[in-house]
Design a protein around this ligand. Structure first.
Ligand SMILES: [Zn+2]
Length: 87
């Protein structure tokens, strides 16, 4: 499990429905950017979700973003981009 000293969290008001995103720093640890417009519970869930990607090594896998996000991501993708439904 990632310890709190191993990652940074930055709260920013994101436009639109994006909850959070993450980037890997030069030291190999993540910085998680969380939408400050979310409620506290959604912020915690977004942090847990993004750290899960780091813990599973998703950033270094051969899987695409759609693979690692799974079915839920496919549903959201078709919601935002209806032309991709069923792809
Ligand atoms: Zn994700």
């Amino acid at each position: 499990m990632t310890a709190p000293d191993d990652y940074n969290v930055i709260m920013l008001p994101f436009p639109g429905p994006i909850r959070a995103c993450v980037r890997i720093n030069g030291d190999g640890y993540p910085t998680v950017y969380i939408n400050d417009n979310l409620c506290p519970m959604a912020k915690r869930e977004a942090l847990r979700h993004e750290l899960g990607h780091f813990a599973r090594g998703d950033f270094y896998s051969h899987w695409t973003i759609y693979d690692v996000e799974g079915k839920k991501c496919h549903e959201k993708r078709s919601e935002y981009f209806p032309e991709t439904a069923g792809v």
